[in-house]
Design a protein around this ligand. Structure first.
Ligand code: ADP
Length: 427
């Protein structure tokens, strides 16, 4: 009998990945697939595309390893919403994608939701639900709202209408602290459409027999609830104690910190996701790599970085932004980008920009602490900027904390860790 393995799948914005790991977190297999873009009525048929991708990923898993998969979990894009039939799983309308907005529903949502609530945005799942509710010709009593990850998981376990509190938090106003939907939401006519909500990584059931036998998975392979793609990416870094944080340095700068306390502040767009008995507190700045990319190629970034002495503080004080406006750690919709004066030496210029972004990052962690979160004591880094060792050294000096590149940053790896959690609780 071989070692037990745990499968995580990540359904991101452009494609899907899988990671198959053992209990120690060692990767036994991984792979990715782009979404096939089958069209219907001039639109991509996402239902078909995601389903085909799910089965393709299952096929990509080495046949010899499939019998050893003990559990499976999936993450998907946050606020990607589907209304399906509880009995058959058939879609009752086309999926509404994470970035789609339903502005026509916003006024209705604002009437019922508390001021500044996370659902008060045109792309929230609640706006998508209300939009469907108003436009639908028929609203069968079997209709249920599910997120992308929920639906994909239901193809594997067969129970339709179960979600997790990460996918459900921002989107339907599910209150993870009291483990129920808020009263104002339950009072709405569409509350019958809301899914049942479980903790991420909760075992829902065994893999459906037809799928199990078709692909050759074991009889006791269980399927667990998932999470959102950005939380799965955080989980991948294994920042699993309060005070551990992950800074994502992609086009923008996002920070996430594990805290024993829940922190929310709508002014700065700061909110907390529940992770069992802890909170994942996050904030996102508009600064980040997008500005670097406008000025330098990635090749120039590498070459110029070599000439930076990270032990030396840069006197240049910038606020690198691509557009006007900042939210976190300074709430100022009129903030102007500041990238002047530009020194003659490009390495000095880059040093000033990297140092300025590091100061914004430091200010972000300070703000989270001021808002009541557990103080950060170690920072892992993900994203394109995490490859830059000089930047890591600069940030370490500016933050006054140990900073390192995260060992794992793939959301699929984080989903596989959730699968481990589900299997452990199931025993
Ligand atoms: P996203 O997925 O948010 O688009 P990535 O995580 O792929 O972004 O990161 C891309 C960013 O990383 C680019 O904006 C680029 O400027 C930045 N980047 C790439 N190489 C380096 C480097 N050596 N130093 C600093 N930043 C870099």
């Amino acid at each position: 009998v071989g070692e037990k393995l745990y499968l995580g799948m990540d359904f991101g914005t452009s494609g899907a990945r899988y990671a198959l790991i053992n209990k120690e977190g060692e990767i036994h297999a991984e792979g990715k697939r782009e979404y096939p873009l089958s069209m219907s009525e001039e639109r991509v048929d996402w239902v078909k595309s995601w389903r085909a991708t799910l089965y393709s990923l299952l096929e990509d898993i080495p046949v010899s390893l499939r019998p050893f998969v003990a559990s499976i979990s999936i993450d998907g894009t946050s606020a990607t919403t589907m209304i399906v039939d509880r009995e058959t799983g058939e879609s009752l309308c086309r999926p509404l994608l994470y970035n789609e907005s339903c502005p026509e529903a916003l006024a209705t949502v604002k009437e019922v939701a508390p001021l500044n609530h996370t659902v008060c945005s045109g792309s929230s799942t609640l706006c998508k639900l209300v939009s469907w509710w108003h436009a639908a010709e028929t609203r069968p009593s079997s209709a249920v709202l599910v997120h992308q990850a929920d639906w994909l998981l239901s193809l594997l376990h067969g129970t339709i209408g179960v979600s997790d509190y990460n996918n459900a938090l921002k989107v339907v106003g599910y209150d993870p602290e009291v483990e129920s939907y808020p009263r104002w939401l339950l009072a709405q006519p569409y509350s019958s459409v809301l899914p049942l909500v479980q903790a991420p990584g909760t075992t829902i059931g065994y893999m459906k027999e037809n799928i199990r036998t078709c692909y050759g998975f074991g009889k006791d392979c269980v399927i667990c609830t998932g999470t959102t793609d950005s939380i799965a990416a955080f989980l991948a870094a294994r920042a699993d104690r309060p005070g551990k944080a992950v800074t994502s340095l992609g086009s923008t700068l996002a920070i996430k910190l594990l805290s024993t306390t829940r922190v929310e502040d709508a002014r700065f767009g700061v909110y907390s996701h529940r992770l069992d008995d802890k909170w994942l507190v996050g904030g996102a700045s508009n600064t980040g790599g997008a500005v670097l990319r406008k000025i330098f190629t990635d090749e120039q970034l590498r070459e110029l970085s070599k000439r930076i002495n990270p032990a030396q503080a840069s006197p240049l004080d910038y606020y690198p932004l691509v557009d006007i406006g900042e939210r976190f750690p300074s709430a100022d919709p009129n903030m102007e980008p500041r990238l002047q004066p530009r020194p003659e030496n490009d390495a000095d210029y880059l040093h000033g920009i990297l140092e300025s972004i590091a100061r914004i990052e430091a200010k972000g962690y300070t703000l989270l602490k001021e808002l009541g979160a557990t103080p950060a004591d170690e920072v892992f880094t993900a994203g394109g900027g995490s490859r830059n060792q000089k930047w890591i050294a600069i940030r370490q000096r500016v933050l006054g904390l140990p900073v390192s590149q995260a060992l794992h940053t793939e959301a699929a790896y984080g989903a596989a860790l959730l699968a481990i959690k589900g299997a452990a609780a199931h025993l």
